[in-house]
Design a binder for this molecule. Structure first.
Ligand code: PEP
Ligand code: MG
Length: 581
Protein backbone atom coordinates (compact mmCIF):
# COMPACT_ATOMS: atom_id res chain seq x y z
CA UNK A 1 0.00 0.00 0.00
CA UNK A 2 1.28 3.47 -0.91
CA UNK A 3 2.33 5.48 2.11
CA UNK A 4 1.09 9.07 1.83
CA UNK A 5 2.26 10.10 5.28
CA UNK A 6 3.66 13.64 5.61
CA UNK A 7 5.62 15.22 8.46
CA UNK A 8 5.25 18.94 9.19
CA UNK A 9 7.36 20.95 11.63
CA UNK A 10 6.25 23.79 13.86
CA UNK A 11 6.75 25.20 17.34
CA UNK A 12 6.09 22.85 20.26
CA UNK A 13 3.49 24.95 22.08
CA UNK A 14 1.76 22.58 24.50
CA UNK A 15 3.26 19.22 25.50
CA UNK A 16 1.60 15.84 25.02
CA UNK A 17 0.71 13.49 22.19
CA UNK A 18 -2.61 13.07 20.40
CA UNK A 19 -3.89 10.90 17.57
CA UNK A 20 -7.23 11.84 15.99
CA UNK A 21 -8.97 13.03 12.84
CA UNK A 22 -8.44 16.58 11.57
CA UNK A 23 -11.13 19.24 11.74
CA UNK A 24 -10.32 22.28 9.62
CA UNK A 25 -11.66 25.43 11.19
CA UNK A 26 -11.85 28.19 8.58
CA UNK A 27 -12.87 31.11 10.72
CA UNK A 28 -11.31 33.72 8.48
CA UNK A 29 -13.85 33.05 5.81
CA UNK A 30 -16.66 35.52 6.18
CA UNK A 31 -18.62 33.92 3.34
CA UNK A 32 -22.12 32.84 4.19
CA UNK A 33 -23.64 29.52 3.36
CA UNK A 34 -26.71 29.64 1.08
CA UNK A 35 -27.32 25.91 1.53
CA UNK A 36 -30.89 24.68 2.00
CA UNK A 37 -32.04 23.60 5.42
CA UNK A 38 -34.38 20.84 6.48
CA UNK A 39 -35.35 21.89 9.95
CA UNK A 40 -36.94 25.36 9.84
CA UNK A 41 -37.80 25.41 13.56
CA UNK A 42 -34.20 24.68 14.50
CA UNK A 43 -32.94 27.40 12.13
CA UNK A 44 -35.30 29.97 13.65
CA UNK A 45 -34.33 28.90 17.13
CA UNK A 46 -30.62 29.30 16.25
CA UNK A 47 -31.30 32.71 14.73
CA UNK A 48 -33.17 33.89 17.81
CA UNK A 49 -30.34 32.72 20.04
CA UNK A 50 -27.77 34.51 17.87
CA UNK A 51 -29.84 37.72 18.01
CA UNK A 52 -30.19 37.46 21.79
CA UNK A 53 -26.46 36.86 22.16
CA UNK A 54 -25.69 39.83 19.90
CA UNK A 55 -28.01 42.02 21.99
CA UNK A 56 -26.30 40.94 25.19
CA UNK A 57 -22.88 41.72 23.72
CA UNK A 58 -24.06 45.12 22.51
CA UNK A 59 -25.65 45.99 25.85
CA UNK A 60 -22.35 45.29 27.57
CA UNK A 61 -20.41 47.29 25.00
CA UNK A 62 -22.92 50.10 25.37
CA UNK A 63 -22.42 50.38 29.13
CA UNK A 64 -18.63 50.25 28.74
CA UNK A 65 -18.72 52.79 25.94
CA UNK A 66 -20.66 55.29 28.07
CA UNK A 67 -17.85 55.11 30.61
CA UNK A 68 -15.10 55.58 28.07
CA UNK A 69 -16.58 57.45 25.13
CA UNK A 70 -19.39 59.43 26.71
CA UNK A 71 -23.14 59.34 26.09
CA UNK A 72 -23.04 60.73 22.60
CA UNK A 73 -20.74 58.25 20.97
CA UNK A 74 -22.12 55.37 23.00
CA UNK A 75 -25.51 56.10 21.44
CA UNK A 76 -24.28 54.31 18.28
CA UNK A 77 -24.43 51.03 20.16
CA UNK A 78 -27.84 51.84 21.57
CA UNK A 79 -29.06 52.42 18.01
CA UNK A 80 -27.64 49.05 16.98
CA UNK A 81 -29.56 47.34 19.79
CA UNK A 82 -32.75 49.05 18.59
CA UNK A 83 -32.25 47.64 15.11
CA UNK A 84 -32.09 44.16 16.58
CA UNK A 85 -35.49 44.85 18.13
CA UNK A 86 -37.01 46.06 14.85
CA UNK A 87 -40.08 43.80 14.40
CA UNK A 88 -40.26 44.41 10.64
CA UNK A 89 -36.65 43.44 9.97
CA UNK A 90 -36.71 40.38 12.23
CA UNK A 91 -40.17 39.41 10.97
CA UNK A 92 -38.94 39.52 7.37
CA UNK A 93 -35.98 37.33 8.19
CA UNK A 94 -38.19 34.77 9.94
CA UNK A 95 -40.65 34.81 7.07
CA UNK A 96 -37.97 34.24 4.45
CA UNK A 97 -36.37 31.37 6.38
CA UNK A 98 -39.77 29.66 6.48
CA UNK A 99 -40.52 30.27 2.82
CA UNK A 100 -37.12 29.83 1.19
CA UNK A 101 -35.75 27.19 3.60
CA UNK A 102 -32.26 28.62 3.28
CA UNK A 103 -29.53 28.89 5.89
CA UNK A 104 -30.33 31.74 8.37
CA UNK A 105 -26.90 33.33 7.91
CA UNK A 106 -27.65 33.75 4.21
CA UNK A 107 -31.07 35.33 4.82
CA UNK A 108 -29.65 37.61 7.56
CA UNK A 109 -26.89 38.72 5.20
CA UNK A 110 -29.29 39.32 2.32
CA UNK A 111 -32.00 41.06 4.30
CA UNK A 112 -29.68 43.36 6.27
CA UNK A 113 -27.73 44.21 3.10
CA UNK A 114 -31.03 45.38 1.58
CA UNK A 115 -31.54 47.58 4.63
CA UNK A 116 -28.03 48.98 4.17
CA UNK A 117 -28.55 49.64 0.46
CA UNK A 118 -31.67 51.60 1.29
CA UNK A 119 -29.72 53.73 3.73
CA UNK A 120 -26.86 54.25 1.28
CA UNK A 121 -29.33 55.45 -1.34
CA UNK A 122 -30.62 58.10 1.04
CA UNK A 123 -29.76 61.72 0.35
CA UNK A 124 -29.13 62.35 4.04
CA UNK A 125 -25.47 62.06 5.05
CA UNK A 126 -26.49 60.81 8.49
CA UNK A 127 -28.29 57.82 7.02
CA UNK A 128 -25.27 56.91 4.90
CA UNK A 129 -22.98 56.98 7.94
CA UNK A 130 -25.33 54.69 9.86
CA UNK A 131 -25.00 52.06 7.16
CA UNK A 132 -21.58 51.08 8.61
CA UNK A 133 -23.20 50.38 11.98
CA UNK A 134 -25.62 48.06 10.28
CA UNK A 135 -22.63 46.21 8.79
CA UNK A 136 -21.36 45.62 12.34
CA UNK A 137 -24.68 44.15 13.41
CA UNK A 138 -24.85 41.93 10.35
CA UNK A 139 -21.38 40.50 11.03
CA UNK A 140 -22.12 40.10 14.73
CA UNK A 141 -25.25 38.01 14.13
CA UNK A 142 -23.52 35.94 11.44
CA UNK A 143 -20.53 35.35 13.72
CA UNK A 144 -22.83 34.14 16.48
CA UNK A 145 -24.71 31.88 14.06
CA UNK A 146 -21.42 30.42 12.77
CA UNK A 147 -20.20 29.70 16.29
CA UNK A 148 -23.26 27.54 16.81
CA UNK A 149 -22.66 25.84 13.49
CA UNK A 150 -19.07 24.75 14.07
CA UNK A 151 -19.87 23.67 17.58
CA UNK A 152 -22.51 21.29 16.32
CA UNK A 153 -20.05 19.94 13.73
CA UNK A 154 -17.55 18.72 16.31
CA UNK A 155 -19.29 15.53 17.27
CA UNK A 156 -16.27 13.34 18.02
CA UNK A 157 -12.73 13.86 19.27
CA UNK A 158 -10.79 15.86 16.70
CA UNK A 159 -7.61 17.84 16.19
CA UNK A 160 -8.41 21.41 15.25
CA UNK A 161 -6.36 22.73 12.32
CA UNK A 162 -6.60 26.45 11.64
CA UNK A 163 -4.66 29.52 10.56
CA UNK A 164 -4.67 31.27 13.96
CA UNK A 165 -6.34 30.73 17.29
CA UNK A 166 -7.40 33.31 19.83
CA UNK A 167 -7.40 32.42 23.53
CA UNK A 168 -11.21 32.55 23.35
CA UNK A 169 -11.29 30.04 20.44
CA UNK A 170 -8.98 27.74 22.37
CA UNK A 171 -11.28 27.65 25.36
CA UNK A 172 -14.43 27.28 23.27
CA UNK A 173 -13.01 24.32 21.36
CA UNK A 174 -11.84 22.66 24.54
CA UNK A 175 -15.46 22.46 25.63
CA UNK A 176 -16.09 20.30 22.54
CA UNK A 177 -13.70 17.41 23.25
CA UNK A 178 -10.84 18.67 21.10
CA UNK A 179 -7.68 16.54 21.44
CA UNK A 180 -5.08 18.79 19.85
CA UNK A 181 -4.39 22.07 18.08
CA UNK A 182 -2.37 22.87 14.97
CA UNK A 183 -2.06 26.41 13.66
CA UNK A 184 -0.31 28.02 10.68
CA UNK A 185 0.71 31.06 12.73
CA UNK A 186 1.51 31.87 16.34
CA UNK A 187 4.37 31.68 18.84
CA UNK A 188 5.22 29.77 21.99
CA UNK A 189 4.03 32.41 24.41
CA UNK A 190 0.98 33.55 22.47
CA UNK A 191 -2.02 33.39 24.77
CA UNK A 192 -3.67 30.65 22.76
CA UNK A 193 -0.58 28.47 23.36
CA UNK A 194 -0.62 29.26 27.08
CA UNK A 195 -4.29 28.35 27.32
CA UNK A 196 -3.66 25.08 25.44
CA UNK A 197 -0.98 24.20 28.02
CA UNK A 198 -3.41 24.91 30.85
CA UNK A 199 -6.03 22.78 29.23
CA UNK A 200 -3.39 20.06 28.83
CA UNK A 201 -4.21 19.81 25.14
CA UNK A 202 -1.16 19.14 22.92
CA UNK A 203 -0.51 21.92 20.42
CA UNK A 204 1.91 22.70 17.62
CA UNK A 205 1.79 26.29 16.35
CA UNK A 206 3.49 28.16 13.52
CA UNK A 207 3.25 25.14 11.15
CA UNK A 208 3.04 27.59 8.23
CA UNK A 209 1.19 25.41 5.68
CA UNK A 210 -0.85 23.16 7.93
CA UNK A 211 -4.20 24.29 6.53
CA UNK A 212 -2.98 23.59 2.97
CA UNK A 213 -1.41 20.23 3.76
CA UNK A 214 -4.18 18.79 5.91
CA UNK A 215 -7.68 17.83 4.76
CA UNK A 216 -10.76 17.40 6.90
CA UNK A 217 -10.83 13.82 8.19
CA UNK A 218 -7.09 13.08 7.72
CA UNK A 219 -5.60 11.08 10.56
CA UNK A 220 -3.16 13.27 12.48
CA UNK A 221 -0.51 12.76 15.14
CA UNK A 222 0.28 15.87 17.18
CA UNK A 223 3.59 15.70 19.01
CA UNK A 224 3.43 18.73 21.28
CA UNK A 225 6.83 17.97 22.83
CA UNK A 226 8.81 18.15 19.63
CA UNK A 227 6.66 20.44 17.47
CA UNK A 228 5.94 17.67 14.98
CA UNK A 229 2.72 16.93 13.09
CA UNK A 230 2.34 13.69 11.14
CA UNK A 231 -0.42 13.67 8.53
CA UNK A 232 -1.87 10.25 7.66
CA UNK A 233 0.78 8.31 9.60
CA UNK A 234 1.60 4.68 8.69
CA UNK A 235 0.93 1.83 11.12
CA UNK A 236 4.39 1.84 12.67
CA UNK A 237 4.19 5.58 13.37
CA UNK A 238 0.81 5.15 15.02
CA UNK A 239 2.12 2.25 17.10
CA UNK A 240 5.18 4.25 18.15
CA UNK A 241 3.03 7.14 19.37
CA UNK A 242 0.50 4.87 21.05
CA UNK A 243 3.41 3.48 23.09
CA UNK A 244 4.58 6.98 23.96
CA UNK A 245 1.07 7.86 25.14
CA UNK A 246 1.09 4.82 27.45
CA UNK A 247 4.58 5.62 28.82
CA UNK A 248 3.60 9.21 29.43
CA UNK A 249 0.51 8.16 31.37
CA UNK A 250 2.67 5.84 33.52
CA UNK A 251 5.17 8.63 34.16
CA UNK A 252 2.35 10.99 35.17
CA UNK A 253 1.16 8.39 37.65
CA UNK A 254 4.62 8.21 39.23
CA UNK A 255 4.74 12.00 39.49
CA UNK A 256 1.39 12.07 41.26
CA UNK A 257 3.22 10.63 44.29
CA UNK A 258 5.07 13.94 44.67
CA UNK A 259 1.84 15.82 45.20
CA UNK A 260 2.28 16.48 48.91
CA UNK A 261 6.07 16.75 48.85
CA UNK A 262 7.72 20.20 49.08
CA UNK A 263 9.83 21.53 46.23
CA UNK A 264 13.17 21.65 48.04
CA UNK A 265 16.62 21.46 46.40
CA UNK A 266 19.03 18.70 47.43
CA UNK A 267 20.85 21.24 49.66
CA UNK A 268 17.71 22.50 51.36
CA UNK A 269 16.53 25.63 49.52
CA UNK A 270 12.75 25.70 49.43
CA UNK A 271 11.06 26.90 46.26
CA UNK A 272 7.46 28.07 46.41
CA UNK A 273 5.87 26.35 43.44
CA UNK A 274 2.55 27.88 42.49
CA UNK A 275 0.11 27.55 39.60
CA UNK A 276 -1.20 29.93 36.97
CA UNK A 277 -4.96 29.73 36.57
CA UNK A 278 -5.84 30.35 32.94
CA UNK A 279 -9.29 28.86 32.72
CA UNK A 280 -11.96 28.86 35.37
CA UNK A 281 -12.45 25.12 35.81
CA UNK A 282 -8.78 24.43 36.48
CA UNK A 283 -8.98 24.64 40.27
CA UNK A 284 -9.19 20.88 40.82
CA UNK A 285 -6.11 20.20 38.66
CA UNK A 286 -4.22 22.89 40.52
CA UNK A 287 -4.99 21.31 43.88
CA UNK A 288 -4.41 17.77 42.64
CA UNK A 289 -1.01 18.69 41.23
CA UNK A 290 0.16 19.98 44.60
CA UNK A 291 0.45 23.72 43.89
CA UNK A 292 1.35 25.83 46.90
CA UNK A 293 -1.02 28.56 45.82
CA UNK A 294 -2.02 30.45 42.70
CA UNK A 295 0.58 32.93 41.53
CA UNK A 296 -1.50 34.29 38.68
CA UNK A 297 -5.22 34.25 37.93
CA UNK A 298 -5.68 35.49 34.35
CA UNK A 299 -9.11 37.02 35.03
CA UNK A 300 -9.54 38.22 31.43
CA UNK A 301 -10.35 34.58 30.81
CA UNK A 302 -13.72 35.18 32.46
CA UNK A 303 -14.38 37.62 29.66
CA UNK A 304 -13.16 35.23 26.96
CA UNK A 305 -15.20 32.35 28.31
CA UNK A 306 -18.43 34.34 28.50
CA UNK A 307 -17.96 36.81 25.64
CA UNK A 308 -18.66 39.63 28.07
CA UNK A 309 -17.25 41.14 31.22
CA UNK A 310 -18.70 39.45 34.29
CA UNK A 311 -20.55 41.73 36.71
CA UNK A 312 -19.42 42.39 40.29
CA UNK A 313 -21.59 39.70 41.80
CA UNK A 314 -20.45 36.86 39.56
CA UNK A 315 -16.82 37.90 39.97
CA UNK A 316 -17.29 38.03 43.75
CA UNK A 317 -18.70 34.50 43.78
CA UNK A 318 -15.88 33.18 41.58
CA UNK A 319 -13.05 34.84 43.55
CA UNK A 320 -14.57 33.87 46.90
CA UNK A 321 -14.90 30.21 45.92
CA UNK A 322 -11.37 30.24 44.55
CA UNK A 323 -9.93 31.72 47.74
CA UNK A 324 -11.93 29.31 49.90
CA UNK A 325 -10.82 26.26 47.88
CA UNK A 326 -7.18 27.29 48.11
CA UNK A 327 -7.15 28.50 51.75
CA UNK A 328 -4.69 28.78 53.54
CA UNK A 329 -2.69 28.98 50.32
CA UNK A 330 -2.50 32.36 48.58
CA UNK A 331 -4.34 33.37 45.43
CA UNK A 332 -3.00 36.22 43.30
CA UNK A 333 -5.78 37.72 41.24
CA UNK A 334 -4.55 39.78 38.33
CA UNK A 335 -6.74 42.63 37.11
CA UNK A 336 -8.19 42.15 33.61
CA UNK A 337 -5.33 42.16 31.12
CA UNK A 338 -7.24 42.77 27.90
CA UNK A 339 -5.64 44.12 24.74
CA UNK A 340 -2.53 42.80 22.99
CA UNK A 341 -3.51 39.40 21.59
CA UNK A 342 -6.45 39.22 23.99
CA UNK A 343 -9.55 40.85 22.55
CA UNK A 344 -10.88 44.18 23.75
CA UNK A 345 -14.57 44.64 24.47
CA UNK A 346 -14.76 47.41 21.85
CA UNK A 347 -14.15 46.96 18.16
CA UNK A 348 -10.95 48.98 18.34
CA UNK A 349 -8.39 48.58 15.59
CA UNK A 350 -4.95 49.49 16.86
CA UNK A 351 -1.85 49.52 14.65
CA UNK A 352 0.28 47.99 17.44
CA UNK A 353 -2.01 46.32 19.99
CA UNK A 354 0.88 45.03 22.12
CA UNK A 355 2.07 48.63 22.53
CA UNK A 356 -1.40 50.00 22.83
CA UNK A 357 -4.49 50.02 25.00
CA UNK A 358 -3.62 47.10 27.19
CA UNK A 359 -3.81 45.99 30.84
CA UNK A 360 -3.71 48.81 33.38
CA UNK A 361 -3.91 51.46 30.61
CA UNK A 362 -7.30 50.14 29.54
CA UNK A 363 -8.50 49.74 33.14
CA UNK A 364 -7.59 53.28 34.18
CA UNK A 365 -9.57 54.54 31.19
CA UNK A 366 -12.53 52.34 32.17
CA UNK A 367 -12.83 52.92 35.87
CA UNK A 368 -16.39 51.64 36.06
CA UNK A 369 -15.21 48.22 34.97
CA UNK A 370 -12.03 48.36 37.07
CA UNK A 371 -14.02 49.28 40.17
CA UNK A 372 -16.39 46.38 39.61
CA UNK A 373 -13.43 44.02 39.74
CA UNK A 374 -11.75 45.68 42.72
CA UNK A 375 -14.98 45.67 44.74
CA UNK A 376 -15.48 41.97 43.96
CA UNK A 377 -11.91 41.20 45.08
CA UNK A 378 -12.19 43.26 48.30
CA UNK A 379 -15.45 41.54 49.18
CA UNK A 380 -14.11 38.06 48.37
CA UNK A 381 -11.01 38.45 50.55
CA UNK A 382 -12.71 37.20 53.69
CA UNK A 383 -9.86 34.86 54.62
CA UNK A 384 -7.18 37.39 53.71
CA UNK A 385 -5.45 35.03 51.31
CA UNK A 386 -6.11 37.06 48.13
CA UNK A 387 -3.46 39.32 46.61
CA UNK A 388 -4.32 41.74 43.81
CA UNK A 389 -1.92 42.40 40.94
CA UNK A 390 -1.96 44.87 38.05
CA UNK A 391 -0.65 44.07 34.55
CA UNK A 392 1.26 46.04 31.93
CA UNK A 393 2.47 48.69 34.37
CA UNK A 394 5.05 51.03 32.84
CA UNK A 395 4.83 54.12 35.04
CA UNK A 396 4.65 54.68 38.81
CA UNK A 397 1.65 57.00 38.47
CA UNK A 398 -0.37 53.99 37.32
CA UNK A 399 0.19 52.43 40.75
CA UNK A 400 -0.82 55.67 42.48
CA UNK A 401 -4.01 55.91 40.43
CA UNK A 402 -4.85 52.27 41.16
CA UNK A 403 -4.38 52.85 44.90
CA UNK A 404 -6.69 55.85 44.71
CA UNK A 405 -9.38 53.78 42.99
CA UNK A 406 -8.98 51.01 45.58
CA UNK A 407 -9.40 53.63 48.35
CA UNK A 408 -12.58 54.88 46.64
CA UNK A 409 -13.92 51.34 46.53
CA UNK A 410 -13.13 50.92 50.24
CA UNK A 411 -15.13 54.07 51.00
CA UNK A 412 -18.05 53.04 48.84
CA UNK A 413 -18.27 49.59 50.43
CA UNK A 414 -18.01 51.17 53.88
CA UNK A 415 -20.88 53.51 53.11
CA UNK A 416 -22.97 50.71 51.67
CA UNK A 417 -22.31 48.63 54.82
CA UNK A 418 -20.94 45.73 52.77
CA UNK A 419 -18.39 43.43 54.40
CA UNK A 420 -14.91 43.46 52.84
CA UNK A 421 -11.20 43.28 53.65
CA UNK A 422 -9.53 46.65 53.76
CA UNK A 423 -5.91 45.41 53.78
CA UNK A 424 -5.60 43.88 50.36
CA UNK A 425 -1.98 43.35 49.25
CA UNK A 426 -1.21 45.06 45.96
CA UNK A 427 1.45 43.92 43.51
CA UNK A 428 2.61 44.55 39.96
CA UNK A 429 3.68 42.49 37.00
CA UNK A 430 7.20 43.31 35.87
CA UNK A 431 6.67 43.06 32.12
CA UNK A 432 7.89 46.36 30.75
CA UNK A 433 11.61 47.25 30.70
CA UNK A 434 10.96 50.63 32.41
CA UNK A 435 9.76 48.74 35.50
CA UNK A 436 12.71 46.34 35.39
CA UNK A 437 15.18 49.23 35.20
CA UNK A 438 13.50 51.01 38.13
CA UNK A 439 12.61 47.90 40.13
CA UNK A 440 13.74 49.51 43.38
CA UNK A 441 11.42 52.53 43.01
CA UNK A 442 8.46 50.53 41.69
CA UNK A 443 8.73 47.86 44.37
CA UNK A 444 8.79 50.56 47.06
CA UNK A 445 5.18 51.32 46.08
CA UNK A 446 3.81 47.76 46.30
CA UNK A 447 3.76 44.62 48.44
CA UNK A 448 5.00 42.14 45.84
CA UNK A 449 6.13 41.77 42.23
CA UNK A 450 5.82 39.02 39.67
CA UNK A 451 8.13 38.83 36.66
CA UNK A 452 6.14 38.29 33.47
CA UNK A 453 8.80 37.04 31.10
CA UNK A 454 6.36 36.45 28.25
CA UNK A 455 5.99 40.18 27.80
CA UNK A 456 9.28 41.25 29.34
CA UNK A 457 11.19 39.31 26.67
CA UNK A 458 9.06 40.70 23.85
CA UNK A 459 9.46 44.29 25.04
CA UNK A 460 13.14 43.95 25.94
CA UNK A 461 14.18 42.31 22.67
CA UNK A 462 11.52 43.99 20.47
CA UNK A 463 10.23 40.60 19.30
CA UNK A 464 6.51 39.91 18.96
CA UNK A 465 5.73 36.96 21.24
CA UNK A 466 3.01 35.66 18.92
CA UNK A 467 4.82 35.87 15.59
CA UNK A 468 6.36 32.61 14.37
CA UNK A 469 8.46 34.45 11.76
CA UNK A 470 10.61 35.94 14.52
CA UNK A 471 10.28 33.08 16.99
CA UNK A 472 14.03 32.36 16.68
CA UNK A 473 14.73 35.88 17.95
CA UNK A 474 12.44 35.42 20.96
CA UNK A 475 15.25 34.20 23.21
CA UNK A 476 14.67 33.62 26.90
CA UNK A 477 18.39 32.85 27.25
CA UNK A 478 19.45 36.16 25.70
CA UNK A 479 22.10 37.58 28.06
CA UNK A 480 20.08 40.82 28.30
CA UNK A 481 17.12 38.80 29.60
CA UNK A 482 19.28 36.92 32.11
CA UNK A 483 20.90 40.12 33.34
CA UNK A 484 17.55 41.93 33.56
CA UNK A 485 16.05 39.15 35.67
CA UNK A 486 19.14 39.31 37.89
CA UNK A 487 18.80 43.10 38.16
CA UNK A 488 15.13 42.80 39.16
CA UNK A 489 15.86 40.20 41.85
CA UNK A 490 18.79 42.22 43.22
CA UNK A 491 17.01 45.58 43.27
CA UNK A 492 13.45 44.77 44.24
CA UNK A 493 12.73 45.93 47.76
CA UNK A 494 10.40 43.12 48.76
CA UNK A 495 10.92 39.94 50.77
CA UNK A 496 12.43 37.12 48.69
CA UNK A 497 9.13 35.25 48.84
CA UNK A 498 7.35 38.26 47.35
CA UNK A 499 9.41 38.24 44.16
CA UNK A 500 8.07 35.60 41.85
CA UNK A 501 7.99 34.71 38.18
CA UNK A 502 4.78 33.75 36.38
CA UNK A 503 5.94 33.90 32.75
CA UNK A 504 6.43 30.71 30.75
CA UNK A 505 10.19 30.78 31.32
CA UNK A 506 9.46 29.60 34.87
CA UNK A 507 8.15 26.33 33.44
CA UNK A 508 11.11 25.62 31.18
CA UNK A 509 13.00 22.70 32.68
CA UNK A 510 16.32 23.93 31.26
CA UNK A 511 15.81 27.48 32.58
CA UNK A 512 14.80 26.50 36.13
CA UNK A 513 18.36 25.93 37.46
CA UNK A 514 19.29 29.37 36.11
CA UNK A 515 16.29 31.08 37.75
CA UNK A 516 16.86 29.33 41.07
CA UNK A 517 20.58 30.12 40.79
CA UNK A 518 19.77 33.80 40.19
CA UNK A 519 17.92 33.77 43.50
CA UNK A 520 14.24 33.29 42.65
CA UNK A 521 12.34 31.49 45.40
CA UNK A 522 8.89 31.58 43.94
CA UNK A 523 7.68 30.25 40.57
CA UNK A 524 4.18 30.13 39.12
CA UNK A 525 3.56 27.80 36.18
CA UNK A 526 0.77 25.96 34.33
CA UNK A 527 -0.79 23.44 36.72
CA UNK A 528 0.03 20.53 34.41
CA UNK A 529 3.76 21.37 34.58
CA UNK A 530 4.01 21.36 38.40
CA UNK A 531 4.72 17.67 39.11
CA UNK A 532 7.63 17.44 36.68
CA UNK A 533 9.10 20.75 37.86
CA UNK A 534 8.90 19.56 41.46
CA UNK A 535 10.91 16.52 40.48
CA UNK A 536 13.51 18.70 38.75
CA UNK A 537 13.86 21.04 41.75
CA UNK A 538 14.36 18.09 44.06
CA UNK A 539 17.27 16.89 41.96
CA UNK A 540 18.81 20.37 41.83
CA UNK A 541 21.66 21.66 44.00
CA UNK A 542 21.29 25.35 44.85
CA UNK A 543 25.01 26.06 45.40
CA UNK A 544 25.81 24.55 42.02
CA UNK A 545 22.94 26.40 40.35
CA UNK A 546 24.27 29.68 41.78
CA UNK A 547 27.67 29.06 40.19
CA UNK A 548 26.09 28.24 36.82
CA UNK A 549 24.01 31.43 37.01
CA UNK A 550 27.12 33.49 37.80
CA UNK A 551 28.80 31.95 34.77
CA UNK A 552 25.78 32.80 32.55
CA UNK A 553 25.79 36.42 33.72
CA UNK A 554 29.20 36.85 32.08
CA UNK A 555 28.23 35.43 28.68
CA UNK A 556 27.51 37.49 25.58
CA UNK A 557 25.19 35.45 23.37
CA UNK A 558 22.01 33.45 23.81
CA UNK A 559 23.70 30.43 22.21
CA UNK A 560 26.40 30.44 24.86
CA UNK A 561 23.88 30.65 27.74
CA UNK A 562 21.73 28.00 26.10
CA UNK A 563 24.72 25.65 25.70
CA UNK A 564 25.76 26.05 29.36
CA UNK A 565 22.23 25.42 30.60
CA UNK A 566 21.63 22.39 28.38
CA UNK A 567 24.94 20.86 29.45
CA UNK A 568 24.04 21.44 33.11
CA UNK A 569 20.56 19.94 32.71
CA UNK A 570 21.88 16.95 30.85
CA UNK A 571 24.62 16.16 33.39
CA UNK A 572 22.93 17.04 36.66
CA UNK A 573 19.18 16.67 36.47
CA UNK A 574 17.05 13.56 36.51
CA UNK A 575 14.52 14.22 33.82
CA UNK A 576 12.95 10.89 32.87
CA UNK A 577 10.55 12.70 30.60
CA UNK A 578 13.41 13.19 28.10
CA UNK A 579 13.62 9.42 27.60
CA UNK A 580 9.95 9.22 26.66
CA UNK A 581 9.74 12.15 24.32
C1 PEP B 1 3.73 37.48 31.14
O1 PEP B 1 3.71 38.46 30.38
O2 PEP B 1 4.77 36.81 31.36
C2 PEP B 1 2.50 37.02 31.80
C3 PEP B 1 2.51 36.07 32.70
O3 PEP B 1 1.34 37.62 31.41
P1 PEP B 1 0.54 37.21 30.09
O4 PEP B 1 1.22 35.99 29.50
O5 PEP B 1 -0.86 36.95 30.49
O6 PEP B 1 0.70 38.40 29.21
MG1 MG C 1 1.97 39.67 30.27
Amino acid sequence: MKNNSKTLKGIAAAPGFAIAKAYLFAKEKEDVSCASIENVDEAIHNLNEAIEKSKKELNKIFSLAIDKLGDKRAAIFEAQIMILDDPILIGNIHQRIKEEKKHPEFIVHDEITKYQNMMNASTEAYMKERSQDIEDIKLRIIRNLKKKKWRSKITSEVIVVTTTLTPADTVLFAKESVKGYITDFGGLTSHAAIVARSLDIPAVVGVKDSTNNIQNGDTIIVDGFNGVVIVNPDESQIENYQNKIIQLAEYDEQLAELRDVDAVTSDGRRINLMANLDITDEIETIIQNGAEGIGLVRTEQLFHENDQFPDEESQYIFYKELAERLYPRKVTIRAFDVGGDKVLPFDVKEPNPFLGWRGIRFLLDNTQLFKMQIRAVLRANIHKNINFMIPMVSDITEIDKTKKIIAECNDELDKEGIQFDRYLKLGIMVEVPSVAVMSAEFSDCVDFVSIGTNDLIQYLLAVDRGNEIVSAQYQEFHPAVVRTIHHIIQNTNCDDDDISMCGEMAADIVAIPLLVGLGLKSLSVSASAIPNIKKIIKSLNYSEAKKVAEQCLKLKTADEVCAVMHKYSHEKLTDQLQNII
